[in-house]
Design a protein around this ligand. Structure first.
Ligand code: NI
Length: 159
């Protein structure tokens, strides 16, 4: 396993649409392992393959640090409700912005054996799923921000 370099806003790879994974080859498995390692090293909540320069529909998420979730070819089946909150991205270091997201999502995705499964999430998990799927379409959260980007370090608990 290896830590991969996280691409930052301005890198054109972040604005491209990713391709579906048809088979988890050893190369894709290595990508998945590296993405988890890179996510934990960066202390992030989620990471999408284009953030490490690979245009494949692969997402890793862990909102607690103890619940790794792999989503291959994720598709949103259902959303409901709304949540407003500050959101950040490892590709936009040090910044946060207010983004409205659904408070609940249900997704269809594939695991590393290409078995389909459904995942439901609320609150932070719902936010992370939507954020990461946006990456697969070439979108960054900054396109959805209501108001200015702020320095994450300036945010206080009351925000
Ligand atoms: Ni991101």
């Amino acid at each position: 396993m290896a830590i991969r370099k996280i691409r930052e806003m301005g890198d054109p790879v972040l604005n491209k649409k990713c391709k579906e994974v048809t088979e988890v080859t050893p190369r894709v498995q290595e990508l998945i392992d590296d993405m988890f390692e890179t996510l934990y090293e960066a202390e992030g909540v989620g990471l999408a393959a284009p953030q490490v320069g690979i245009l494949k529909r692969v997402v890793v998420i862990d909102v607690t640090g103890e619940d790794p979730i792999l989503l291959i070819n994720p598709k949103i089946l259902e959303t409901s409700g709304e949540q407003e909150g500050y959101e950040g991205c490892l590709s936009v270091p040090g910044k946060s912005g207010m983004v409205t997201r659904p408070n609940y999502v249900k997704v269809l995705a594939y695991d590393e054996n290409m078995n389909a499964f459904e995942l439901e999430g609320t609150e932070l998990l719902a936010r992370a799923v939507c954020h990461e799927i946006d990456h697969l379409e070439g979108h960054l959260y900054v396109e959805r921000v209501d108001g200015p980007l702020v320095n994450t370090a300036d945010l206080t608990e009351e925000d």
